[in-house]
Design a protein around this ligand. Structure first.
Ligand code: HEC
Ligand code: HEC
Ligand code: HEC
Ligand code: HEC
Ligand code: HEC
Ligand code: HEC
Length: 382
C-alpha cells in the first residue's frame, strides 16, 4: 500500500515538468484569428510538407535549405542578425505568393542575393512554404522560459523534504537516519537561500537585455564607427536623463547608409519606416531606478567626470545592450565612498571651504563623494 503511494509521489516531478515546459507563444496575435480557417483549407499533409521544406527536411536535388537556421522560429536570447521567422511571415502574410517567390528564387539587393543563394525550390514548394509561414504569422515564436528551471528545482526540493519525511515516519525502509537528515538539511538550505536571494532581487534587473524592436548595435556604432556616445545621448551632459535618440538622429547617416553588413536592408528599413511615418521606435527601457530615487546624469558626467563605462560597462563592445550594474543602493554608496572628486580643479566644490582647509593641513589626503555629502539620504531620495 504505502509502496504504491510512494511510487505515485515519485512520479509527481515528471508531471510538473511536463506541465511547466509546455510551449508558450511570444507574439500570439488575436486579431488575425480568422486566417486560421484559411490555412485549414489546405490539407494538413501539405502544411506538414511546408513545414518540412522550411526546416530543410526535404532533400530535393543538390542541397536542402533550412530556412530556420537563419530565421529563428524560437525565441533566442542571443543576437541573430537575420530577421526572425515571425517578422518575415507577418510581412508576407497578406502579400501574393509571387512576392515570396521573388525574394526566394530571384533575390535582389546585395545581402539578399548573398543569403538566398540558388535555392533549389519550385514555385509549388514556395506555395507550401508560404502556407507554413502564414501559420507562424498567427502562432508567433516559441519560447522556452528559462526561469522555469529554477522553479522546477525549487518544487523538487520541497518534494525531497516530503519524501524524506514520509520515509522516516511511515515507510521506514532505510535504516540509517542520517540520510534523511542530510537530505532535509540540504533541501532546506537550498530553499532558504533561494528565498533570500529572490526577495533581495525583487525590482532589480541586473543582466537585463531585452530584444529591441530594431537590432541596434553599439559595437557597430560606438565601437567600429567610433561615434561619440554624446552624439546620440547628448542630454547626459546637462540633464537628469541621457535620453534615447529619435529616428531623425539615425537618419543623419541612414539617409545614405541603406544596407548593413549583417542584416542587409531589413533592420535599417525599420528606421526609415519610423522616420517616414513619423512614428517613434518603441525601444524597451533597460536601466530603471525606482521612483523614490533621484539620479542625475549631468551630476555624474559633467561634474563628477565619471565615464559612461564605469556604470554601464563596455557598451562599445555590446551588439545587444545589457545592464551590467545592479543599480542597488549599495552600488551607488560604494562608489561614493571610494571615488575621489576633482576637488581642486572643479569650481563646483569652491563652496566647501572647511574641506579645503583639511586637505591643506593634511588631515585629509583625498576628498571622496561621501565627504561632499554623497551618502546623505536626502541627496538620493525625494
Ligand atoms: C548611433 C547612436 C548611438 C550611439 C553612438 C550610442 N548609443 Fe547608446 N543607445 C542608442 C539607442 C538607439 C539605444 C536604445 C536601444 C538599445 O538599448 O540598444 C541606446 C541605448 C543605450 C543604453 C541603454 C538605455 C536603457 O534603456 O537603459 C545605454 C546605457 C547606452 N545606450 C549607452 C551608450 C554609451 C555609453 C555609448 C558610447 C560608448 C552609446 N550609448 C553610444 C543609440 C546610441
Ligand atoms: C554617425 C552615423 C550613424 C548614425 C547616427 C546611425 N548609424 Fe546605423 N549605421 C551606420 C553605419 C556606418 C553602419 C554600418 C553599415 C555597414 O554595416 O556597412 C550602420 C549600420 C546600422 C544597422 C545595420 C547593421 C548591420 O550590420 O546589419 C542598423 C540596424 C543601424 N545602423 C541602426 C541605426 C539606428 C537605429 C540609429 C539611430 C539610433 C543609427 N543606426 C544611427 C552609421 C550610423
Ligand atoms: C543564410 C541565411 C538565410 C537563409 C538560409 C534564408 N534566409 Fe531569408 N533572409 C536572410 C536575410 C539576412 C534576410 C534579410 C536580407 C535583407 O533584407 O537585405 C532575409 C530575408 C528574408 C525574407 C524577407 C525579404 C524581404 O526583404 O521582404 C523572407 C520572406 C525570407 N528571408 C524567407 C526565407 C525562406 C522561406 C527561407 C528558406 C527557403 C530563407 N529565407 C532562408 C537570411 C537567410
Ligand atoms: C554614475 C553612473 C552612471 C554614469 C556615469 C552614466 N550613467 Fe547612464 N544611467 C545610470 C543609471 C543609474 C540609469 C538609470 C536612470 C534612471 O532610471 O533614472 C542610467 C540610464 C541611462 C540611459 C537610459 C535612458 C535614461 O536617460 O534614463 C541611457 C541611454 C544612459 N544611461 C546613457 C549613458 C551615457 C551615454 C553615459 C555617458 C555619457 C552615461 N549613461 C553615464 C547610471 C550612469
Ligand atoms: C562609479 C561611481 C558612481 C556611482 C556608481 C554612482 N555615483 Fe553618484 N556620484 C559620483 C561622483 C563622482 C559624484 C560627484 C559629483 C558631485 O560632486 O556632484 C556623484 C554625485 C552624486 C550626487 C550628488 C551628491 C552631492 O553631494 O551633491 C547624487 C545625488 C548621486 N551621485 C546619486 C547617485 C545615485 C542615486 C547612484 C546610484 C543609482 C549613484 N550616484 C551612483 C559617482 C558615482
Ligand atoms: C547614493 C544614493 C543613495 C543614498 C545616499 C541613499 N540611498 Fe537609499 N536607495 C538608493 C537607491 C538607488 C535605491 C534603490 C535600490 C534598489 O532598488 O535596490 C535605494 C533604496 C532605498 C530604500 C528602499 C529599499 C529597497 O531595497 O528597495 C530605502 C528604505 C532606502 N533606500 C533608504 C535610505 C536611507 C535611510 C538613506 C540614508 C542613510 C539612503 N537610502 C541613502 C540610493 C541611495
Amino acid at each position: 500500500m504505502s509502496k504504491k503511494i510512494f511510487q505515485r509521489i515519485s512520479l509527481l516531478p515528471v508531471f510538473i515538468l511536463c506541465f511547466l515546459s509546455g510551449p508558450q507563444n511570444l507574439h500570439a496575435n488575436s486579431e488575425t484569428g480568422d486566417s486560421v480557417s484559411v490555412i485549414h483549407k489546405l490539407h494538413s499533409e501539405e502544411l506538414v510538407r511546408g513545414e518540412r521544406l522550411f526546416y530543410g527536411l526535404i532533400y530535393s536535388g543538390e542541397k536542402a535549405v533550412n530556412c530556420a537556421s537563419c530565421h529563428n522560429t524560437r525565441f533566442s536570447d542571443s543576437l541573430n542578425w537575420n530577421p526572425d521567422a515571425y517578422e518575415i511571415s507577418l510581412k508576407y502574410k497578406d502579400l501574393p505568393v509571387n512576392d515570396l517567390s521573388a525574394v526566394l528564387l530571384n533575390p535582389k539587393g546585395a545581402k539578399l542575393s548573398e543569403v538566398h543563394n540558388e535555392f533549389d525550390l519550385t514555385e509549388a514548394d514556395v506555395v507550401l512554404i508560404k502556407a507554413y509561414m502564414d501559420e507562424i504569422a498567427v502562432s508567433g515564436l516559441v519560447q522556452a522560459k528559462p526561469i522555469m528551471n529554477k522553479l522546477i528545482l525549487f518544487i523538487f526540493m520541497i518534494i525531497v523534504i516530503v519524501l524524506a519525511l514520509a520515509e522516516l515516519i511511515f515507510i521506514k525502509k532505510l535504516k540509517p537516519k542520517w540520510i534523511h537528515l542530510l537530505l532535509i538539511m540540504a533541501a532546506l538550505t537550498y530553499i532558504g537561500n533561494t528565498l533570500v536571494k529572490e526577495s533581495i532581487a525583487i525590482g532589480r534587473s541586473q543582466f537585463y537585455s531585452p530584444d529591441q524592436p530594431i537590432k541596434f548595435s553599439h559595437t557597430i556604432h560606438a565601437g567600429q564607427n567610433q561615434t561619440n556616445c554624446l552624439y546620440c545621448h547628448p542630454s547626459a551632459e546637462y540633464s537628469k536623463s541621457a535620453g534615447i535618440p529619435s529616428a531623425n538622429v539615425c537618419m543623419n547617416c541612414h539617409l545614405i547608409v541603406r544596407s548593413g553588413t549583417h542584416s542587409g536592408t531589413w533592420e535599417i528599413n525599420k528606421v526609415i519606416a519610423a522616420y517616414e511615418n513619423n512614428m517613434p521606435v518603441e525601444w524597451i527601457r533597460i536601466h530603471n531606478n525606482p521612483d523614490h530615487v533621484f539620479f542625475s546624469h549631468a551630476q555624474h558626467v559633467s561634474v563628477g567626470k565619471v565615464a559612461c563605462q564605469e556604470c554601464h560597462g563596455e557598451v562599445e563592445k555590446m551588439d545587444r545592450l545589457i545592464q551590467v550594474s545592479d543599480l542597488s543602493m549599495g552600488w551607488c554608496i560604494n562608489c561614493h565612498r571610494e571615488k575621489e572628486v576633482e576637488f581642486h580643479t572643479n569650481k563646483f566644490y569652491n563652496e566647501y571651504e572647511d574641506l579645503a582647509e583639511k586637505v591643506k593641513s593634511g588631515e585629509l589626503d583625498m576628498v571622496s563623494v561621501e565627504k561632499v555629502g554623497g551618502t546623505e539620504c536626502m541627496k538620493c531620495h525625494y
